[in-house]
Design a protein around this ligand. Structure first.
Ligand SMILES: [Zn+2]
Length: 179
């Protein structure tokens, strides 16, 4: 599926989620179909492990719809990069969304720590946010950095990479944070 069409499905899915008009295919029929014919997810979502951020719900999506990669602070390291490459090169996904979120504990830890942190994740975020002190702006800078890292993995013609921010209070996904 072309990236723009996939992005429209995500936007529409988030609108359904926001209106409590959630609909997605979790049927046993769909489960059997995807077991038989393999997975063809229309988008890759790299997001945080935070339990309040649930991509399949946020985008009203069902079995086989989204290829989701989760790591605290939605960072790109060797392992998340491997999953991204698999989804794009082997499953043919044309859209990658880096979904940060408000009140991210990993970003907050990076904001409040100086010096070398014992966790690689926090050091990656610290490098991404530099001297930023505002939590939301720091989260946006962290998403921007992951988008930049993913861009380096792929030929830009083949895949669209979008940064977005999920508000854990309102449920809104803002796809325009990097523009
Ligand atoms: Zn988080």
């Amino acid at each position: 599926m072309p990236a723009d069409e996939a992005l429209r499905l995500l936007e529409e899915g988030n609108e359904r989620y926001l209106s409590d008009n959630y609909s997605a295919d979790y049927s046993s029929k769909r489960r059997l179909e995807t077991a038989e014919s393999g997975q063809h997810p229309y988008a890759v979502i790299l997001t945080c492990s935070d339990s309040r951020v649930i991509p399949e719900l946020i985008f009203s999506s069902g079995i086989g719809d989204l290829f989701v990669i989760r790591a605290a602070g939605n960072v790109v390291d060797n392992c998340t990069a491997d999953s991204l490459i698999y989804a794009v090169e082997h499953l043919g996904c044309r859209l990658v969304v880096v979904l940060g979120h408000t009140v991210c504990g990993a970003v907050r830890e990076a904001l409040h720590y100086s010096g070398d942190h014992p966790l690689d994740t926090i050091n990656l975020i610290r490098a991404a946010i530099g001297g930023e002190t505002d939590p939301l702006q720091a989260s946006i800078l962290n998403v921007r950095n992951s988008v930049k890292s993913i861009n380096q993995l792929f030929d830009e013609k083949d895949v669209k990479i979008v940064g977005a921010m999920y508000d854990i209070r309102t449920g809104v996904v803002d796809f325009d944070i990097l523009s």
